[in-house]
Structure formats: C-alpha cells, structure tokens
Ligand binder design. Structure first.
Ligand SMILES: NC(=O)c1ccc[n+]([C@@H]2O[C@H](COP(=O)([O-])OP(=O)(O)OC[C@H]3O[C@@H](n4cnc5c(N)ncnc54)[C@H](OP(=O)(O)O)[C@@H]3O)[C@@H](O)[C@H]2O)c1
Length: 269
C-alpha cells in the first residue's frame, strides 16, 4: 500500500491514547499510512490492526519511551531515513500538575524530555527530507497553557510555552516554502492525561471540557483552512489576533535602547 500512497505516511507520537489515537484514526481515514509511536506497544498494536482493517492503509507501531535519548534517536532515524514520511504529529505529552517543589524530579524530567527535547529532536530529524522535497507537514501540540500559567502548571506551562515559541519560530523560518507547520493549542480535553497529571478529569467543570474527537476534528479543519495557529475551543478568533498584536507591540516597544523613565536611570548614551 505505502508504495502507491501519494499522501505518504504520517508519524504520530503519543498515539496509544487520547488526541494521538484520534489523529491516527482521522489521518488513516484521509488515506495516510501511519507509524504510531508510544510506550504502550500493545495498545498501538490493537489500534494499528483496527485502522489497517477499517481504512485499508499500512500501519506500523514503534515502541519508544520519548524520555529516553536512545529511543528518541531510533524514532529520529526513522524520520531521517524513511522517504515515505510526509507528516509528523508531535503529540506525545507528559503532564504533572503540582507546585514545582511538590513535583518529583523524574516527573519534571519527563515533561522536559517528552514535551521539549523529543519534539525538538524529531522535528530536527524530519526537516532535511521535507526541505529537500519542499513538501511536508508538521503539527505540534501545545496547549492553552502555552500562553498561560497556573500555580500548579509552572513546569508544564514552561514546556508548552517552549512548544509555542519553537513552532512560531519554525513557521517564520519556513515561510514561503511548501512545508506547513501548524501549532495546535487545545484547552481542557477529555483524555487520560488529566488523571495521570494528578488532577482527575472528574474534578473539571464538564462544560469546559471538549472531547478528543472534537478537538482533533477542529484542529484538522484548521489545518485544511491553512491556519498557522489553531485554538480548537476559542470561538472568537480575534482574541488570538489581539494577543499576537500585543506581543508584537511589546517587542517593538522594548527596542528603545534606553532605560524606561520610570526607573530614573541617568542614561549613559
Ligand atoms: N487533554 C488535555 O486537556 C490537553 C490540553 C492541552 C494540550 N494537551 C496535549 O495534548 C497532547 C496529547 O495528550 P492527551 O491529552 O491526548 O493525553 P493522553 O491520552 O495521556 O496521551 C498522551 C500520549 O503521550 C504518550 N506519552 C506520554 N509519555 C510518553 C513517553 N515518555 N514516551 C512516549 N510517549 C509518551 C502516551 O503514550 P504511552 O503512555 O503509551 O507512552 C499517550 O499516547 C499532549 O501533548 C498534551 O500535553 C492535552
């Protein structure tokens, strides 16, 4: 199948549950062959079999712990050397929601390594072949906690803030090329990540929680519409535009070369 598949292969990290499993389903339904990555390989195997049967695409699983450098390297090699890959969905994510000092070091490490290091290294690995072909799609999953922080999300928001800036920078680097880079910023979505994070899903206000299916369907609709930044649950698109304009104005305002007058510093220039 993959040799005649003109859409190519999408590699989806964190495909064993939640948003990643829905991305796998939706991309297979569009006709992509798939490579599914996560630690729970038995779950990936079940999903791979059912998607291959349902949609007639080729689906392969790679068991990898993206907090382990050797495993990231293995997935990176696949991205570097498999010419069928046309899409990377950097979806795998780790979340522990607690104040910094109440977060065990291994949980901090997992957030840094999965949310930041793996996402960066996998993007770095796939880019050369995308650039060579001037074609390819990268979808990076950030969060509304990319631009907001709570007392229990200090580390998680830090990592997701990185995802936002990394992705926005990449979009500028690749502007005008045939490579599409989409930043997806979901709000609360009903997945396993909540119970794993220490904040049970059942404690959230249900009215504020989206289903994983709706989140991915909206994100893919945003991709189809050419959006660079997709906020699946934000009804008023102008809110993002105002946020982005304020950021640009603040940056421009910071380039004065002089201490602000409120600091009463006698400028040396
Ligand atoms: N749910 C929300 O409210 C929400 C909101 C904003 C953003 N997000 C983001 O959405 C993305 C998907 O999360 P989700 O909500 O769908 O949660 P989920 O159901 O818990 O899925 C997370 C996925 O990441 C994988 N993963 C976690 N640690 C990994 C590791 N060390 N190595 C390899 N894979 C790992 C998990 O697979 P294994 O455990 O099998 O390895 C799982 O497939 C994450 O980036 C998350 O930060 C979620």
């Amino acid at each position: 199948m993959s040799s005649v598949n003109t859409l190519g292969t999408a590699l989806v990290t964190g495909a064993s549950s939640g948003l990643g499993a829905v991305y796998a389903d939706r991309l297979a339904s569009r006709g992509y062959d798939l490579i599914l990555v996560a630690r729970r390989v038995e779950r990936l195997g079940v999903l791979a079999k059912s998607l291959a049967e349902k949609y007639g695409v080729a689906v392969r699983a790679i068991a990898a712990d993206l907090s382990v450098p050797a495993d990231v390297l293995r997935v990176a090699k696949e991205l570097e050397t498999n010419p069928a890959i046309t899409m990377l969905v950097n979806n795998a994510g780790a979340s522990t929601l607690a104040p910094v000092l109440d977060t065990a070091k291994d949980k901090v490490d997992a957030m840094d390594k999965v949310n930041v290091t793996a996402l960066t290294e996998l993007t770095h690995a796939v880019l050369p072949q995308f650039k060579q072909r001037n074609h390819g799609t990268i979808i990076n999953i950030g969060s509304v906690l990319s631009f907001h922080v709570l007392p229990i999300s200090t580390v998680y928001s830090g990592t997701k803030g990185y995802v936002m800036n990394f992705t926005r920078g990449l979009q500028q680097e690749l502007a005008g090329t045939g490579i599409v880079v989409q930043l997806v910023l979901p709000a609360s979505t009903a997945t396993e990540i909540w119970d794993l994070s220490g904040v049970p899903l059942a404690q959230l206000d249900h009215a504020t929680v989206m289903s994983a299916e709706d989140c991915v369907d909206a994100a893919l609709a945003g991709l189809d519409q050419g959006e660079l930044v997709t906020l699946p649950s934000v009804q008023d698109q102008a809110l993002w535009e105002q946020f982005d304009s304020a950021r640009l104005a603040l940056f421009a305002g910071a380039r004065s070369g002089k201490p602000a007058s409120r600091y009463n510093v006698k400028s040396s220039t």
